[in-house]
Write a protein that binds this ligand. Structure first.
Ligand code: GLU
Length: 520
């Protein structure tokens, strides 16, 4: 790759289902790399494997990238894959099934130059070969040794080949892996790698049956035509790298071969093994960015659904396998763009940590202003049948913010900041609503009712404490009976915080209500 080429990277998912967080991380690293180099981030849909196509997956991928704020520069317009080339999207279409017409000529070019051949073995013949090898405890591989005994354009006569090409439709074009050659590769994360071609098989590149390329051919041809400069993708593609290098060589495209970076896998929390799509359900945390409705009608857990802020999600993901090399953990997308480097991507697998994901959300929640959070909380309050002003909601948030991870926690932590108790926890009432406590409470009520103006939390706390202590009443008991009257139970936020939020009038009203309901 020549150094002055404009950086162009691509995220090339196959629409086989919802994108899981590993895929989002790959997209994110591509995005960060592109932006850092003032380059272009391309989205390409690799849908040549029709057997694995899942309807709705493409829309999901686009929606997920958008929610994360890592929208592609090329390949997507108005939330849809671009289907025709245009000035902004010069390499369209960006869905491989719509590019199907271009690949065969490339496969034929390889045949003409001796780098590929036609293979006529039927699926049944290959199944039989596999079974035969298995019965001898071996594995059948279509490679430089076995191809010599199989039905292909290397073993059949030219006229037989011509006849079969015209009269049958089950044939394929396979790559002719050279014998005993060293493929020397460089990976930006893994360094130098060498592989002998003897360990590699003859992969199918193009299939007559559906007239479609396989992943390998389409991927290389498109990366070349789309002028991709760096391929940043998951480690599961590392075994394909030698073939991809060989393809670039066979096409004569070595000078425009992109640089490669293979990202390590995301691993299960704590344990061994790859984080799978099923782990989320099993272990109780989301592995998908957005909800996905399966064919059984079940909706998966998701980061958006669980109430994560996209900025927190992205920040957490960026750190799964990379760090900036200093103490910083909270970085905005722009800061990530600046700090990112492939050199600092770790080679070993990164353990996903659900607790850390929550920690990130808490940090982002705390960094938001009370008013900003109020705007997000108001619709949730509405769902609970509560209408409140933004000002009041922001005030309530200021006292519960520290107890919340998600905006929805504001409600679970303290619904009584918005709704007066209509019931009282019986066991708490039995314990604290005693004649003695009620005597103290009615005096305390008058003390509170006499406050001249709204006080700050600390002033309320101090005044109430001084009043109880100077009367030498049992502090805990009095406080719990007061809390019971304000919240309906003996647990919850600090008394002063509740009074500060709901105000003096409402405080007195709730105490009076409790007397009415529970008696004295
Ligand atoms: N379509 C492949 C996938 O779904 C892309 C691999 C690549 O980036 O080369 O992972």
């Amino acid at each position: 790759m020549s150094e002055n080429k404009k950086t162009r990277v691509r995220f090339a998912p196959s629409p086989t289902g919802p994108l899981h967080i590993g895929g989002v991380r790959t997209a994110l690293y591509n995005y960060l790399y592109a932006k850092q180099h003032n380059g272009t981030f391309v989205l390409r849909i690799e849908d040549t494997d029709s057997a694995r196509f899942v309807s709705g997956a493409e829309e999901y991928i686009i929606g997920a990238l958008e929610w994360c704020g890592i929208t592609p520069d090329e390949g997507v317009e108005n939330g849809k894959i671009v289907e025709e080339a245009s000035a902004r999207h010069p390499h369209g279409p960006y869905r491989q099934s719509q590019r199907r017409g271009i690949y065969r000529a490339y496969a034929e070019q390889l045949i003409q130059n001796g780098y590929a051949y036609y293979a006529f073995d039927s699926a049944e013949e290959l199944v039989a070969k596999r079974a035969e090898a298995e019965s001898k405890g071996q594995t059948f591989i279509y490679n430089q040794v076995t191809r010599k005994g199989l039905r292909n354009s290397l073993t059949l006569s030219a006229s037989e080949v011509e006849h079969l090409l015209e009269t049958t439709t089950g044939w394929t074009i396979r790559f002719k892996m050279p014998e005993n050659e060293i493929v020397a590769m460089d990976d930006l994360i893994r360094g130098h790698i060498e592989v002998n071609t003897e360990t590699l098989d003859d992969k199918v590149l193009w299939k007559r049956a559906d007239e479609l390329p396989t992943y390998h051919l389409a991927n290389i041809v498109d990366d070349y035509l789309m002028e991709i400069t760096e391929v940043i993708r998951g480690e599961e593609w590392l075994p394909s790298l030698p073939l991809h290098y060989m393809l670039y060589k066979s096409f004569g495209w070595e000078s425009s071969r992109p640089r490669f970076a293979h990202l390590s896998l995301l691993l299960k929390p704590g344990g061994q093994g790859k984080l799978s799509k099923r782990d989320g359900d099993k272990l109780g945390f989301p592995v998908f960015p957005l909800p996905w409705t399966g064919t059984d009608g079940e909706v998966t857990n998701s980061y958006r659904g669980a109430g994560y802020f996209p900025e927190a999600f992205i920040n957490m993901l960026a750190f799964l396998g990379w760090n900036p090399g200093d103490e910083r953990e909270i970085l905005s997308l722009d800061e990530l763009v600046e700090a990112f480097s492939l050199e600092r991507v770790i080679r070993s697998g990164a353990h996903f940590n659900p607790e850390k994901a929550k920690w990130y959300n808490r940090e982002y929640l705390r960094a938001k202003s009370d008013t900003e959070l109020a705007k997000l909380y108001l619709p949730i309050l509405k769902e609970h049948g509560v209408e409140a002003t933004e000002e009041y909601t922001a005030r309530a948030i200021s006292v519960i913010k520290d107890r919340a991870t998600f905006v929805a926690d504001f409600w679970t932590a303290a619904p009584y900041l918005f709704v007066a108790p209509s019931e009282y926890v019986q066991k708490d009432a039995a314990k604290f609503w005693t004649a003695e406590n009620c005597g103290y409470l009615s005096k305390l009520r008058s003390h509170i009712a006499a406050y001249k103006s709204e006080l700050e939390v600390a002033a309320i706390a101090e005044s109430i404490e001084n009043y109880i202590r100077s009367n030498q009443w049992p502090f805990g008991k009095v406080m719990n009976s007061l809390r019971l009257s304000l919240t309906g139970s003996a647990s919850g936020l600090g008394i002063a915080e509740i009074i500060y939020t709901i105000g003096l009038q409402e405080t007195v009203r709730r105490i009076d209500n409790a007397f009415k309901t529970l008696g004295t």
